[in-house]
Write a protein that binds this ligand. Structure first.
Ligand code: SF4
Length: 82
């Protein structure tokens, strides 16, 4: 795998076709986050959530979501971890 690629992309719905219902938007996110090296994908809200909670964020959570990861967890009914 290219070291600039997010290690989560194979299972990430942002990387699946039509997840965003907008091909151009999907490409933009991929270029901004998924394929631009660790400095970028480490800032992706989906990536950070997954690292902290050990599961994928809901499909409607975008890489630049304004929601805090703990807020995402609460909305999923998960126990918030420190
Ligand atoms: S959206 Fe985030 S978690 Fe998913 S592949 Fe892109 S950088 Fe990784």
């Amino acid at each position: 795998m290219n070291s600039n690629q997010c290690p989560k992309l194979e299972k990430c719905p942002i990387f699946s076709n039509n997840t965003l219902h907008n091909e151009m938007l999907g490409k933009t996110y991929k270029n901004l986050y998924c394929l631009s090296g660790p400095d970028k994908y480490h800032t992706c809200k989906r990536y950070v959530f997954s690292e902290k909670y050990g599961k994928g964020a809901p499909e409607n959570i975008l890489p630049n979501s304004t929601l805090d990861i703990h807020e995402i967890a609460k909305r999923m009914g998960l126990t918030v971890v420190g």
